[in-house]
Design a protein around this ligand. Structure first.
Ligand SMILES: Nc1ncnc2c1ncn2[C@@H]1O[C@H](COP(=O)(O)OP(=O)(O)OP(=O)(O)O)[C@@H](O)[C@H]1O
Length: 372
């Protein structure tokens, strides 16, 4: 646990970067600090490892006042990742990752073995070990930065806009990777970002700061989205607050019903017979492996023409166990027949859900968050 008690930081020129901050950062969770530029996020983060000293107040890490700790001892337990990865340009990837174990006095062989293990953990191929940072993409460099910060297995990880410099696609991949890593490692992570979507995606708790270094709201993402403390927080959360809220919940509450399917290789005549039996206009064509292929509109179809696969099918968006209610809503709105396809872990059709059931589940979730 990291605890701020009445912590302020006033820089020598009189700028108040952080103003009387009280905040308890839970252990083993991701806490995200957000807010507009210059609101004191980085200053707050750096006061945890004493790269910046607080002007007043107390910061405790694991119950110990950090002002009483030797800086090196403190930092050994705190990994630090920054935007431009901060890698040593003249060191190979493997040696970059091995830096902290080497500083801790591990012999070269053991430090490199640990570094190789960490490269695998963060999803970097072994073949990159001997490259230099400039021979990697931005996303790969960030992975090296994360691996390096994890090398001494610190219980706390500070991340200052770690994915700020990569494109949105790579950014999403890195976020997924961080969530996967965190589900195994359970570090206490403090993560700074400008991006509210990133905060909602990653944070177990989100701290919203405003200019002048004031903490305005500190809450789990669902609570923040459902009940922003004031106009400032609501404005910062931006448009589509309701939809963002739906991105936080799963499909477990949405019932699955049977759906009329046909294999795509069967004849249209056979499909028409199936549709007549089922009493449905739309049939879901499936591939040989059971994955959805598309919706077939049997209305006005002539039974003499070829196979289902030869027909124009309307794309069938499918959702599975890992998807959110937002994904289901999106899929059902885009569906030609008011059904969203449900697939199992292997991507095979497992049924469908109705528009009504998706919307009802969304309303129930919102009511639950509002009432909690
Ligand atoms: N060394 C310094 N001397 C004087 N003022 C400083 C110093 N470092 C930061 N500041 C000021 O303190 C305030 C908070 O800065 P900080 O870097 O913590 O904000 P931030 O929220 O991380 O901003 P950004 O999102 O732009 O990185 C800003 O007004 C900044 O100009």
């Amino acid at each position: 646990m990291i605890r701020f008690d009445a912590v302020s930081k006033v820089y020598p020129d009189g700028t108040t970067a952080v103003d009387t901050l009280d905040m308890v950062i839970p252990e083993g969770r991701i806490t995200v600090l957000v807010g507009s530029s210059g609101c004191g996020k980085t200053t707050t983060l750096r006061m945890i490892n004493r790269m910046i000293e607080a002007s007043s107040g107390t910061v405790t890490v694991g119950g110990r006042n950090i002002a009483d700790l030797d800086e090196n001892t403190l930092r050994r337990g705190i990994g630090y990742v920054i935007q431009q990865s901060g890698l040593f340009p003249h060191k190979t990837v493997l040696d970059n990752v091995a830096t902290v174990p080497r500083l801790l006095g591990w012999d070269k062989k053991k430090a490199r073995a640990r570094a190789a293990e960490l490269m695998e953990t963060v999803g970097l191929p072994e073949s990159m070990a001997d490259r230099y940072p400039h021979q990697l993409s931005g996303g790969q460099q960030q992975r090296v930065g994360v691996a390096r910060a994890l090398a001494a297995d610190p219980p706390v990880l500070l991340m200052d806009e770690p994915f700020g410099a990569v494109d949105p696609v790579v950014r999403t991949l890195l976020q997924d990777e961080l969530l996967r890593l965190q589900s195994e490692l359970r570090k206490t992570i403090v993560f700074v970002t400008h991006d509210i979507d990133e905060a909602v995606r990653l944070g177990d708790r989100i701290a919203v700061f405003r200019t002048g270094g004031r903490l305005v709201q500190f809450a789990p993402p669902a609570e923040l989205l459902a009940r922003p403390a004031d106009e400032f927080v609501a404005g910062f959360l931006g448009a589509q607050r309701g939809l963002k809220l739906l991105s936080l919940t799963s499909l477990s509450e949405v019932p699955t019903i049977p759906v009329a399917t046909v294999e795509q290789r069967v004849s249209v005549a056979e499909a028409l017979a199936t549709a007549a039996r089922a009493g449905d206009r739309w049939l879901l064509a499936v591939r040989e492996d059971g994955a959805p292929r598309g919706w077939l509109d049997t209305d006005g179809l002539d039974g003499t023409e070829g196979s289902v696969a030869g027909h124009v099918l309307v794309a069938a968006a499918a959702v599975g166990g890992a998807d959110s209610l937002l994904a289901a809503l999106d899929a059902v709105v885009a569906s030609p027949c008011g059904l969203v396809v449900r697939v199992d872990d292997q991507g095979r059709v497992a049924g469908a859900s109705t528009e009504r059931d998706v919307i009802d589940a969304a309303s129930r979730y919102r009511d639950g968050v509002m009432a909690s």
